[in-house]
Design a protein around this ligand. Structure first.
Ligand SMILES: NC(=O)c1ccc[n+]([C@@H]2O[C@H](COP(=O)([O-])OP(=O)(O)OC[C@H]3O[C@@H](n4cnc5c(N)ncnc54)[C@H](O)[C@@H]3O)[C@@H](O)[C@H]2O)c1
Length: 258
């Protein structure tokens, strides 16, 4: 356990699954206190128990939907009441519904914006006043924010807006010594990724080797990321080791965005 991280609580959204859960468990191993927010209450309870067992200080599960601003504000208040002013915020909650130019529906477009973009704006707007000066923010966007993908139009657009809004927010928050960085993962082995692959082996092969029909070049490192690969980078960006790093958009995708 890193003694310096005791008393530096972090709030993680999307903490019930995949990358958000991996971030929570990685921070737990450092002994951080955690506020874990998700709308999936059953899996949130499981992740909270895992974080406690994994060495976290205090763990506060927060059942909330990032599209409900009042609920997010109330959840942040509960986190601060229990843990004190936050040292970090991690935004990992997100959705992906396949759809391209011809078939994306207005409803699906709006859902992506509501969760992936406005949800992040809400977290940063509500979270910044509850964050200590000198704190850190990590926003999980996607490499689709900068690399066009077939069949992911609304998702990619929502993530591009998210990467931009996070860096603009970070520019304003720099005056308080708050750092704000964006992680842009590629294919990562989580429920979101598995849902995209009706045939898991074919999907995996197309991601690794590339798929000319979908204009994908493959993954040079030859592996699908584990959620822990992204969590490790998030933990670094939250830590004092990254004290002079802010406003960055970092691909964590094995080179897939070349
Ligand atoms: N898995 C990948 O290949 C991949 C690649 C690039 C980026 N990402 C991004 O990483 C983040 C985490 O994705 P994941 O793969 O772990 O997905 P996941 O589906 O495993 O987990 C997402 C979590 O977000 C929660 N969530 C969704 N909408 C919410 C809402 N409105 N309010 C509160 N919680 C909500 C879900 O309940 C779930 O627990 C997402 O932002 C995703 O876009 C994932």
């Amino acid at each position: 356990m890193n003694e310096l991280l005791l008393g530096q609580p972090v709030l993680v959204t999307g903490a019930a699954s995949g990358i958000g859960r991996a971030v929570a468990l990685r921070l737990a191993a450092d002994g951080r206190s955690l506020a874990l927010l998700d709308r999936d209450t059953d899996n949130l309870a499981v992740a909270a128990k895992e974080a406690e067992a994994g060495g976290a200080g205090e763990v506060v599960p927060l059942a909330a939907d990032v599209t409900h601003a009042a609920g997010v504000a109330a959840a942040l208040d509960r986190a601060v009441d229990a843990l004190g002013p936050l040292a970090g915020l991690v935004s990992a909650a997100g959705i992906l519904e396949p759809g391209g130019l011809a078939d994306v529906t207005p409803e699906s477009w709006q859902r992506h914006l509501d969760v992936n973009t406005t949800g992040v704006l809400t977290l940063l707007q509500q979270g910044a006043p509850r964050l200590r000066d000198g704190g850190a923010i990590v926003v999980i966007s996607s490499n689709a924010a900068r690399v066009p993908r077939t069949g992911m139009l609304a998702y990619a657009a929502s993530k591009a807006a998210t990467s931009a809004l996070a860096r603009c927010a970070g520019l304003e928050l720099a005056a308080r010594g708050i750092r704000c960085n964006v992680l842009e993962p590629g294919s990562t082995d989580t429920p979101m990724q598995r849902d995209l692959w009706p045939d898991p082996e074919a999907g995996r092969r197309a991601a690794l080797e590339g798929d000319p029909g979908a204009f994908r070049v493959g993954i040079p490192l030859g592996r699908i990321a584990r959620p822990e690969d992204v969590a490790e980078v998030a933990a670094f960006l939250l830590s004092d080791a990254a004290r002079h790093v802010t406003l960055q958009q970092l691909f964590v995708d094995g080179g897939a965005s070349l």
